[in-house]
Write a protein that binds this ligand. Sequence first.
Ligand SMILES: [Zn+2]
Length: 313
Amino acid sequence: MEDYPETLMEFEERFATEEACREYLFNIRWPEGFCCPCCKGVKAWITSRYLYKCIRCGFHLSVIADTIFQDTKKPLRLWFHAIWRLTSQKYGANALGLQRVLGLGSYRTAWTWLHKLRRAMVRPDRDRLSGTVQADEAYIGGEKPGKRGRGAAGKALVVVMIEIKDGKIGRIRLKRVADASCLRLEGAIKESVEPASTVHTDGWRGYERLFELGYIHKIVRKDAVVGRNLLPETSRIVALFKRWLLGTYQGRVQPSHLDYYLDEFTFRFNRRTSRSRGKLFYRLVQQAVAINPILGKDIKKCVDYNSNVYGRS
Ligand SMILES: [Zn+2]
């Protein structure tokens, strides 16, 4: 059963102690009760250091082992606050805001937490889009449209894929690609769209083999310039994404980190009609527990995080 606080008051009352946070993680991680990762034993003692020790094989682990919270030196309550803040605000949170509100000693910690949480926003096994899907590429960064098939300096090329249901936008997927070649575009579509779906694209040759890959391919209109096409829904998503980057991050996102922001935007957008923000909190905690730990060194280096690139409020 999905169990989450609905309001800030409920959140604060519920997660006032470390014990409450641990219990919440326990219930999400082992909804059927403890299960030893070594021997599948279902009974455990709790040690004085809050480790679960398997009665059958003696293996012990904490509830945060093998999750993104592993090895954290900070209280779980702070993590929960970070997740609440990230999910309860429509447009998310930036690192400086998070550092301030949580009283974190370093900007770097807030920045790293946000990046870890963004990683948790994508389930590796998530369903692909299906039915009718619109696909197009767009450049992020820079104002002028760029030519297809070649890179454009300072720009990242992103494939935007959108489910269309009853004429309305359903779920989306955003995937950065190196270029607009067949190989890259087909890779992005295969990863994000179920075969046998109907894919609407323009007449760019990068899409011409979709039929051979098992899709029903409909060409909307021919145009050779990215960013000037008549697939209005994809253009709308790109505009929303750019506006969000500008509003929440002042547009100062390094190209090397763009993938994480695409993931965060997708997470938010696909849950935009969620009745409760608490549900997003629940979903993110659930995914944070389900994915493997992310080491700080695995998050691409924030080359100039001491400069004011991220530091503007
Ligand atoms: Zn065991």
